[in-house]
Design a protein around this ligand. Structure first.
Ligand SMILES: *[C@@H]1O[C@H](CO)[C@@H](O)[C@H](O)[C@H]1NC(C)=O
Length: 155
């Protein structure tokens, strides 16, 4: 009985601390005139590069047709890109003399693959819409298209 009372007391104190520490933040957010947070949209490139999605899909489909395993590799590459600090295509960056890249970090070194496939898709997109479609988006679409391709080509 005593331990149950202690549990409720601690829970009450804890929720009080949490509500006190979060209330000012929420008040600040609602009173400031911040723009609405950006929203993800599947039609983001509909006007700026309408053929991007098709070009990427065709490029990824060709790569998965050549090698079934590439589908898994591209999905994994996207997953690993989301470490460290978000899905920002940082896994694609090469190492420099002063910066250790995610590409050659221990979990990825000699194990992450499919860079050439992403680069080929990026090259094709760059030909028609230079500087429009981000590497991060290509990596994300590649993972999606690879999963579709492997299930349609090999079924
Ligand atoms: C990554 O692999 C290369 C080639 O095998 C090796 O020379 C390098 O030391 C490795 N880097 C790390 C951080 O393990």
């Amino acid at each position: 009985m005593k331990s149950i009372n202690l549990f409720f007391t601690l829970t009450t104190i804890l929720s009080l601390i949490i509500s006190l520490s979060t209330t000012p933040t929420q008040a600040q957010q609602s009173s400031s005139a911040r723009p609405a947070p950006p929203r993800l949209s599947p039609s983001f490139y509909a006007r700026t590069c309408p053929r991007a999605a098709t070009i990427i899909r065709n490029s990824i489909t060709r790569a998965v047709s050549r090698e079934k395993r590439m589908a898994a590799s591209l999905i994994r590459l996207h997953f690993h890109d989301c470490f460290v600090q978000g899905c920002d295509a940082s896994v694609l960056l090469d190492e420099t003399a002063s910066i250790q890249s995610e590409k050659t970090a221990l979990p990825n070194n000699n194990s992450a693959r499919g860079f050439d496939v992403i680069e080929a898709a990026k090259r094709e997109v760059e030909r028609i819409c230079p500087g429009v479609v981000s590497c991060a988006d290509i990596l994300t679409l590649a993972a999606r298209d690879a999963s579709v391709a492997v299930s349609t080509i090999y079924n």
